[in-house]
Design a protein. Sequence first.
Length: 189
Amino acid sequence: MKLIIQSIMLTIVLTVLTGVVYPLVVTGIAQVAFKDQANGSLIEKNGQVVGSEFLAQQFTGEKYFWPRPSAGGYATVPSGASNKGPTSVDLQKAVDARASAFRTAHKLAADVPVPADMVYASGSGLDPHISPESARIQIARVAASRKASVDQIKALVEKFVEPPQWGFLGEARVNVLKLNLALDASPAK
């Protein structure tokens, strides 16, 4: 009986330590040291939350830069990849359809390669970044739809190219939400 009581007491103590105390301490440290990240890296426009810096959103229409495709429809709860392998006929059809639609929208020849990030969904389906190459290909379409100069839109894109993290981790990238919000705030509406 003594062993059962000790086991129950140990379970209660460990539950309180790992289920209450530890999460509160970590949350407190995060709120002090990394307040923006701990609260979701939210982006506000006119006092309204319009998204998170780290979650993709679907942008459609000619006047916006398009994000990577999303296998989960840009929804955060069922996020994830399609789990289709490189030999999947369905994946090949989807990639071909995306490449064709991208070429058509950007008036590219049928033999022009489309950047991989514009035809393949990211692993989570929520990657907020595209490659600088993908953004640059979209400049002419966005400029024409906004009746702005290509140079004006190009300068804005270049302003939002983020270098690899710490100068060597990953690739250069462009945050689509930040770029599109800057477009809406610029004179080129």
